[in-house]
Design a protein around this ligand. Structure first.
Ligand SMILES: [Zn+2]
Length: 321
């Protein structure tokens, strides 16, 4: 059985590499309490055999998995949820109410991703989306708790990056599984100033105001660690949150310069500005990687951020107009 590489990041919390595009880009988490397990995020379907390998490495079986909790239904977080649920006979899928229909019937997610990537690239990078039987899905409400053999996991509604985004709070360790709502922070950009963070403004439901409110909500929990999908653990999130708040504002401001100028090339102009901004921001943070390396590490995000900001502008223009 293949085993994904993984590391212990807190007591009973494992950060697992899901292998999307490159190492260090996308993780998911396994929480263990005695012999019960919960996954937070899953990676793509292609990651699932490696995740089951980790379960075996811990001396347990898929029957020990009680919960699979995708933070939101973007494919790097939830693409493998259906396959993982199929392999774990006792698991319940816990997901945001706005994401639940797409896990039960993934046809729209598949169609959307195929339209963006094309069928071949979609199959190569993401595999296949399997439906989850409705009877095994809980549409989680804000504040709802899930009992992992006495360890309480609380679902927190956190829109902003996506309107179907939730975080999971592990009250015992004060660890917060943040999906994308605490931003992206690749370890390659760490400096003496600490982690570098930026906001993923991915299509199609970026909402900067809702995002700031979600951060209020998350910081009120006084978390001592944030477990990011992109990537791994960062400490003392309240000390870092202003960096992310500023990134959300800066990226929205970049897009607003193009408000009212729709046109085919707008996304490309936004992408140029976002690229210049993020590279300058990383430099100001003390990052010494050369530009080409930074562009390469951020390539997927630069494209998605520009797409998401362009979609956000269009939504604002439709509302105004
Ligand atoms: Zn996402």
């Amino acid at each position: 059985m293949p085993t994904a590489s993984f590391q212990t990041v807190a007591d009973g919390i494992y950060c697992i590499e899901t292998g999307l595009y490159r190492d260090g880009l996308a993780a998911c988490y396994l929480i263990r309490e005695r012999d019960r397990l919960a996954f937070v995020d899953t990676g793509t379907e292609l990651a699932v055999p490696g995740l089951l390998g980790v379960v075996a490495e811990l001396g347990l079986t898929p029957a020990h998995v009680d919960y699979v909790i995708p933070t939101h239904v973007h494919l790097d977080h939830a693409g493998g949820a259906g396959a993982l649920m199929a392999a774990c006979p006792n698991a319940t899928l816990v997901v945001h109410p706005k994401g639940a229909p797409h896990m039960i019937d993934p046809a729209k997610l598949t169609a959307g991703a195929t339209a963006v990537y094309g069928e071949d690239v979609f199959a190569r990078d993401f595999g296949e989306l399997l439906p989850v039987p409705e009877s095994r899905v809980i549409a989680a409400q804000d504040g709802q708790t899930f009992d992992l053999d006495g360890r309480l996991l609380t679902f927190i509604d956190t829109p902003g990056h996506a309107n179907h985004h939730g975080c999971v709070f592990d009250a015992g360790s004060r660890g917060l599984f943040t999906g994308d709502t605490f931003g992206i922070s690749y370890r390659a950009f760490d400096t003496a100033a600490g982690p570098w963070l930026f906001a993923p403004t991915t299509p199609v439901a970026f909402d900067p105001e809702a995002w700031q409110r979600s951060l209020d909500h998350m910081m009120a929990l006084e978390p001592t660690a944030a477990f990011l999908t992109h990537y791994c653990r960062i400490d003392e999130p309240p000390a870092l949150v202003d960096r992310l708040r500023r990134s959300i504002r800066d990226l929205a401001d970049i897009a607003l310069q193009y408000q009212g100028e729709p046109g085919a090339e707008r996304k490309d102009r936004i992408e140029q500005d976002v690229t210049a901004h993020l590279l300058a921001d990383a430099r100001a943070h003390g990052c010494t990687l050369d530009d080409a390396t930074m562009r390469e590490l951020l390539a997927v995000d630069l494209d998605l951020n520009a797409q998401g900001l362009e979609v956000w502008l269009r939504r604002r223009e439709r509302r105004a107009g």
